[in-house]
Design a protein around this ligand. Structure first.
Ligand code: TXA
Ligand code: MG
Length: 362
């Protein structure tokens, strides 16, 4: 694995696209850049993407360089019609077709064997390719109008929380790409569910807004990749060595997640806060509408109502970035385990925390 170097610097433009009747001039400019092998950040319904021509090795290398991403971490190829799965993929299994019929366009990525046209630079050296058809109208127009397949990882600097607003892309990518299309805040706020259908055993590699239960309706034998489960179940073991290996989406302050009954969690977090404040540290809490008023932190942020998983999901990355902006030293988060979207929320939160979770018992 090696790190690509930037080949030039840019005066990054941030151009707003009004969703009501969006301006062709911004889209035209974006398409021209993409066709020349340059990169453009753009909104999707999940998070902002950092796009480049998926079939152009140089463009793909630029993506790794701009993000500071190791070049063995593959990119997702974004397409504008379902049939494209057969041009970037090969030996596409029936399950993949049925999944895309049900969930595309939308927050679902499928992994299949790659066809010859996709360079290995795009797939991080793998013989498989991840493909997604987004539902966001700006993303769709960009793909259609450029006539390209667009490789796009989340538009954040490697290791930082994904970007849910154009301003976040500017924070991370200023000077590194020529254009960011501002389409406002994204609706979902967590990256797509990734389903690997490239081998005998279909697996969910990353939980997302489309849940295991929904995918099971189409592929009854679908399971989580043992790595997704193992990391969650084995959190205590991992927490002992919160290695860089698992660090992702990480805020700069030290993030700890607490699980247990609401009263006990509030009490425990407040005692941690008191201790840290005595030593002059800046403390932050990530809570919900129901509990936010009970905390004594320097910064207290609510993700939304606990019962509204969509709302919680849509604010998670934004709040993690806010704690960085406000230079929080210690961040304490409530937990959000649930069978549905809560699975994806906790997956991101635990990664951000380096699997640092404490169970508050009696
Ligand atoms: O919602 C999303 O999926 C967003 C938006 C922009 O579409 N994109 C996104 O891309 O989250 P990225 O690169 O941040 O995450 C893609 C994940 C990575 O963890 C990568 O390792 C995995 O997908 N991936 C991509 N291709 C793969 C492959 N062929 N096999 C296994 N994992 C793959
Ligand atoms: Mg990412």
């Amino acid at each position: 694995m090696f790190q690509q170097k930037m080949d030039k610097t840019y005066e990054t433009k941030l151009l707003r696209v009004d969703r009501k009747g969006f301006s062709d001039s911004v889209l035209n400019e974006a398409c021209e850049l993409l066709k020349k092998g340059e990169l453009v950040a753009f909104p999707t319904e999940t998070v902002y993407g950092l796009g480049g021509n998926a079939l152009d090795k140089t463009a793909a290398s630029r993506i790794y360089a701009a993000k500071g991403r190791p070049s063995d971490n593959p990119l997702i190829v974004h397409v504008a019609e379902k049939e494209a799965l057969f041009s970037v993929g090969r030996e596409v299994p029936e399950g993949a077709v049925r999944l895309t019929e049900r969930f595309w366009p939308g927050p679902l990525t499928v992994i299949v064997k790659k066809s010859e046209i996709v360079p290995k630079t795009t797939t991080g050296g793998l013989d498989t390719v991840a493909v997604r058809m987004p539902s966001d109208e700006i993303a769709m127009s960009l793909i259609k109008q450029s006539g390209l397949y667009i490789a796009a990882p989340s538009a954040n600097a490697s290791g930082r929380p994904s970007t849910t607003r154009a301003e976040h892309c500017m924070e991370d990518l200023k000077g590194k790409i020529p254009l960011i299309i501002d389409g406002g805040p994204v609706p979902i706020g967590l990256e797509s569910t990734i389903v690997d259908l490239s081998s005998e055993r279909p697996l969910i590699l990353r939980p997302g807004f489309i849940t295991l239960e929904q995918i099971r309706e189409i592929i009854p034998e679908i399971e989580y990749d043992p790595a997704v489960i193992a990391r969650e179940a084995d959190k205590n073991a991992v927490a002992k060595a919160p290695g860089m290996k698992y660090r992702h989406y990480a805020p700069r302050g030290e993030l700890t997640v607490f699980e247990g009954s609401p009263e006990k969690v509030i009490k425990r977090i407040n005692s941690e806060i008191a201790e840290k404040r005595r030593h002059g540290f800046k403390t932050a809490v990530l809570a919900t509408e129901e509990s936010i008023a009970y905390y004594n932190a320097d910064i207290a942020e609510s993700l939304g109502r606990r019962t509204d998983e969509g709302e919680i999901a849509s604010h998670l990355f934004e709040m993690l970035r806010k704690f960085d902006d406000e230079e929080a030293d210690f961040i304490y988060a409530e937990s959000f385990f649930s069978p549905g979207v809560g699975r994806a929320i906790m997956n991101r939160l635990l990664k951000a925390a380096g699997y640092n979770i404490i169970t508050v018992s009696d």
